[in-house]
Design a protein around this ligand. Structure first.
Ligand code: NAD
Length: 387
């Protein structure tokens, strides 16, 4: 199949991610059918797209005519088999439950044309395992959008064990056609590229909470002031949801290293249903969508250098494990999927290796976690030659 043969996309699941993905495809002039298990769910998906397009029209970013054209490209269905039978690309965005992903994969791969690409938008699950349930696994792969899909530019395109180069390349071409930046992920490994690089910083957040001596307010305040982050890391954990944050760490503890195990404070917050913004209480108290943070002090202890050193160290591991094709791809992923102003290799190029190694060694000693230990390429500075 060639890019010009791709005319219709089927998006399975019209929830938070599915409707955004369908919108992006329809805006690129493709026919997009959104599927769900109940009429009210597809209706809600369509209403969300409609609202999102109205917003673009109100901002002068879309004409009313173009909006009508986009809406005309969209349709809905309550049958996966029916929706995929004439689709060239199928993007699965059903909930993160392995048994469900496998059932859906079996169903759609049996009903779709034999060469239709079948992409999963999973954030954490093994795509190779999902693919074991499907027919023609050489066309099954990952297509990881970031939330909100219409806004975030980066999309990770992920090889499963049996995916062919031609199919990955075709999905990368399609990703460009829908206005996104594809980041090739060569290995179906936990957290792929972008979330994996953020994983040890999540462990640091948990370790700081358990340490109990450091004021999260002052760390968030310095991160916003010095690193230009719209939210500090603790505020962000509350915003995303303590349950989501906890389960991500738990998943990494089972797949990457036991050191990622969520700590006592996170466990207590989860058990007492203090889940952050959505419950009004988490690490912080939330009111009117805002966390109550005491911004009077900036941390003189933990700050941007610590979070950055950890990120660069993990990027080196991702490079060495050959999960990404190049250091440039890792940087591209962090910029377009995380809205970082520059990637870890670009930022690391201007830094003293000894300063990075010292920072990491101190964190390792202080929190007793080996995941913070500097890689040899950080210590000798050779990470700067990684291309
Ligand atoms: N929410 C995020 O921030 C985010 C970001 C990146 C990736 N993801 C991934 O995207 C996927 C979907 O996440 P979400 O947040 O959109 O979930 P969601 O719960 O908002 O939406 C999932 C939708 O799938 C529907 N569904 C369930 N079973 C189905 C079936 N058999 N056939 C068709 N539809 C079915 C549900 O009714 C629901 O509407 C997950 O794999 C998640 O890990 C989520």
């Amino acid at each position: 199949m060639k890019l010009e043969d791709v005319k219709k996309i089927a998006v399975i699941g019209s929830g938070a991610m599915g409707n955004g993905i369908a919108q992006v495809c329809a805006m690129a002039g493709l026919k997009a059918v959104m599927v769900d298990i109940k009429q009210e769910f597809v209706d809600k998906g369509m209403a969300t797209v409609n609202k999102s397009l109205d917003f673009l029209v109100s901002k002068g970013k879309l004409t009313a005519e173009k909006k009508a054209e986009v809406m005309g490209n969209l349709s809905t269905s309550l049958s996966n088999a029916e929706a995929v039978k004439d689709a060239q690309v199928i993007i699965e965005a059903v909930p993160e439950i392995m048994s469900l992903k496998k059932t859906v994969c079996a169903e759609i791969s049996a009903a779709a044309p034999a060469d239709a690409l079948i992409a999963s938008n999973t954030s954490t699950m093994s795509i190779s395992e999902i693919a074991t349930a499907g027919k023609n696994p050489e066309r099954i792969l990952g297509m990881h959008f970031f939330n909100p899909a219409p806004v975030m530019k980066g999309v990770e395109v992920i090889y499963a064990k049996q995916t062919t180069d031609a199919n990955v390349d075709l999905l990368c071409e399609l990703t460009k056609k829908i206005g996104k930046v594809p980041i090739k992920v060569l290995k179906d490994s936990p957290g792929f590229i972008v979330n994996r690089i953020g994983a040890p910083n999540q462990a640091l957040i948990s370790a700081i909470l358990d340490d109990g001596k450091l004021k999260t307010d002052s760390i968030d305040t310095i991160m916003k002031a010095m690193a230009g982050m719209p939210m500090g890391p603790f505020e962000l954990a509350d915003y995303v949801g303590i349950d989501v944050f906890y389960h991500t760490l738990k998943y990494y503890s089972e797949t990457l290293s036991p050191e990622f195990k969520p700590g006592k404070v996170l466990q207590n917050l989860l058990d007492s249903k203090k889940l952050g913004m959505k419950t009004g209480q988490g690490i912080y108290t939330w009111e009117g969508g805002k966390a109550k943070i005491d911004a009077s002090e900036q941390s003189k202890d933990i700050g941007p250098m610590d979070f950055l050193a950890i990120q660069i160290n993990e990027a080196v591991r991702v490079f060495k494990e050959k999960i990404a094709a190049s250091a440039a791809d890792i940087d591209l992923g962090m910029v377009h999927c995380m809205r970082a102003f520059a990637g870890p290799f670009t930022l690391g190029a201007g830094m003293e290796p000894s300063q990075l190694a010292d920072t990491l060694n101190k964190l390792h000693t202080r929190f007793g976690l080996k995941i913070f230990k500097p890689e040899p390429e950080i210590v000798d500075g050779s990470f700067k030659t990684m291309k």
